[in-house]
Design a protein around this ligand. Structure first.
Ligand code: NAD
Ligand code: TYD
Length: 354
C-alpha cells in the first residue's frame, strides 16, 4: 500500500461518499474508516464497497484519547481526513454539550494524536479538517463568504465547528502540524439522513405527510451535490497548500420555500401524482431559534488555484436525489425504523477479520 489514510465519520452522509471515492480511485491506498456509529452513522451507506481489499472499518470514538493513540500506533497513518462530527443544528439547540464534546474535544484529541504520532517526521503528512460555511454566520440579501470573512457563528453547532477550525490552525502554528481546511455549503444527495431538509421533505412527500417549513420559508442556502464535495476534498487533500483554507460551494442559492416547492413538483412527476398535489402538504411551522438567514459561498479561490467547479446543476442533482430515494426505499425504511443500527452487529461483530 502506498499510503494509509484515516477517514473519520466515514459512515455518515458526506464521509461515506469520501470513503467510496478514495477506495475506488486509489486502490494503492489503505482506507481506514473510524466511526462511532452514532444515530447518524450507517454502515449500509458503504455496503457496496465494504468488501474492498483496501478498506478497513474501526468502530471507535474520537472523544477517546487512548483509543486514538492506539489506532495511530496500529496503522501509522500518513494522512487524516476528519469528518466525524455532530452535524445537525436543531440537535445542537436541544443538546449543545454533545457538540462541544465531539466537535471540539474530539477534534483536539485527533490533532493531539496526529501531532504526537508524526512528531519530527511530519513533512509528507497531512491533516485535513472538513468544516462548514456556517462558521461565518449569516448574510443579508447581498454578498458571499470568502476565506477571509470573520468568524461569527450563531448556533451551538456552528460555534463548535468554528472552535474546531481554530484548534486546527493552532496546531499548525504551534506544533507545525501540516493541515488543510475547507468550509463547505449545504450538501445534498444519496445517503442523507432524513432529519435534514431535503431528505426529510422527500420522505414526507412520499408518505403524504406534512412538509414543515420553518418561519417564513425565505431562509436561503447554497446547495452542493455531495459527490462534488467529495471531489473537492480529494483535490484539496492532494493539491491544496499547507496551512490554507478553501471555501467550497455550489453557486446555487435557493430560498427554502422555493426549494420545497420544486421538490414537490419533481416528486409529483416521478410518482405520477396530479401536478400541484404535494404542494398542498406544505405547512409553515415555528421558526428555529437563532436561524441564520442566508449562506452563500465564494469558491473562486478553489476554482482559480486548483481548477475545481461543481460537475452538475441543481435541476439534475435534485432529480437524481429524488430518484435515488425512490429507488432505495429499503435504505430509507431501515433508517426510519432504526434497523440500520443492526447492520454493524450482523457484519462485524464476532468477525475477527475486521
Ligand atoms: P453526519 O452527521 O451524516 O455524519 C457524521 C458521522 O460522524 C456519523 O457517521 C457519526 O457516527 C460520526 N460520529 C459522530 N460523533 C462521533 C464521535 N464522537 N466519534 C467518531 N465518530 C463520530 O454528518 P455529515 O453531514 O456527513 O457531515 C460530515 C462533516 O462535514 C461534518 O464535520 C460537518 O460539520 C461537515 N459539513 C457538513 C455539511 C452538510 O451539508 N451536511 C456541509 C459542510 C460541512
Ligand atoms: P438543514 O438541512 O437542517 O441544514 P442547515 O440548518 O445546517 O443549513 O436546514 C436547511 C434549511 O431548511 C434551514 O434554513 C432550516 C430549514 N428547515 C426547514 O424549514 N424545515 C425542516 O424541517 C428542516 C429540517 C430545515
Amino acid at each position: 500500500m502506498k499510503k494509509t489514510l484515516l477517514i473519520t465519520g466515514g459512515a455518515g452522509f458526506i464521509g461515506s461518499h469520501v470513503v467510496r471515492r478514495f477506495i475506488t480511485r486509489y486502490p494503492d491506498y489503505l482506507i481506514v474508516n473510524l466511526d462511532a456509529l452514532t444515530y447518524a452513522g450507517n454502515l449500509e451507506n458503504l455496503r457496496d464497497v465494504a468488501g474492498a481489499p483496501n478498506y478497513r472499518f474501526e468502530k471507535g470514538d474520537i472523544r477517546d484519547q487512548a483509543f486514538l493513540k492506539a489506532l495511530f500506533e496500529k496503522y501509522a497513518f500518513e494522512g487524516v481526513i476528519h469528518l466525524a462530527a455532530e452535524s445537525h443544528v436543531d440537535r445542537s439547540i436541544s443538546n449543545p454539550v454533545a457538540f462541544v464534546e465531539t466537535n471540539v474535544m474530539g477534534t483536539v484529541n485527533l490533532l493531539h494524536a496526529a501531532a504526537q504520532a508524526w512528531k519530527g517526521q511530519s513533512e509528507d503528512k497531512r491533516f485535513y479538517h472538513v468544516s462548514t460555511d456556517e462558521v461565518y454566520g449569516s448574510l443579508g440579501e447581498e454578498g458571499f463568504f470568502t476565506e477571509t470573512t470573520p468568524y461569527d457563528p450563531r448556533s451551538p453547532y456552528s460555534a463548535s465547528k468554528a472552535s474546531s477550525d481554530h484548534f486546527v490552525r493552532a496546531w499548525h502554528h504551534t506544533y507545525d502540524l501540516p493541515v488543510v481546511l475547507s468550509n463547505c455549503s449545504n450538501n445534498y444527495g444519496p445517503y442523507h439522513f432524513p432529519e435534514k431538509l431535503i431528505p426529510l421533505m422527500i420522505h414526507n412527500i412520499r408518505q403524504q405527510k406534512a412538509l414543515p417549513v420553518y418561519g417564513d420559508g425565505k431562509y436561503t442556502r447554497d446547495w452542493l451535490w455531495v459527490e462534488d464535495h467529495a471531489s473537492a476534498i480529494d483535490l484539496i487533500f492532494h493539491k491544496g497548500r499547507n496551512g490554507e483554507t478553501y471555501n467550497i460551494g455550489g453557486n446555487n442559492e435557493w430560498k427554502n420555500i422555493d426549494l420545497v416547492e420544486k421538490l414537490c413538483d419533481i416528486m409529483d412527476e416521478l410518482l405520477g401524482r396530479t401536478p400541484g398535489a404535494s404542494r398542498q402538504l406544505i405547512t409553515f411551522v415555528k421558526d428555529r431559534p437563532g436561524h441564520d438567514r442566508r449562506y452563500a459561498i465564494d469558491a473562486s479561490k478553489l476554482r482559480d488555484e486548483l481548477g475545481w467547479t461543481p460537475s452538475i446543476n441543481f435541476d439534475e442533482g435534485f432529480r437524481r436525489t429524488a430518484q435515488w430515494y425512490l429507488d432505495n426505499t429499503e435504505w430509507l425504511e431501515h433508517v426510519a425504523s432504526g434497523a440500520y443500527q443492526q447492520y454493524y452487529a450482523e457484519q462485524y461483530e464476532n468477525n475477527d477479520e475486521r
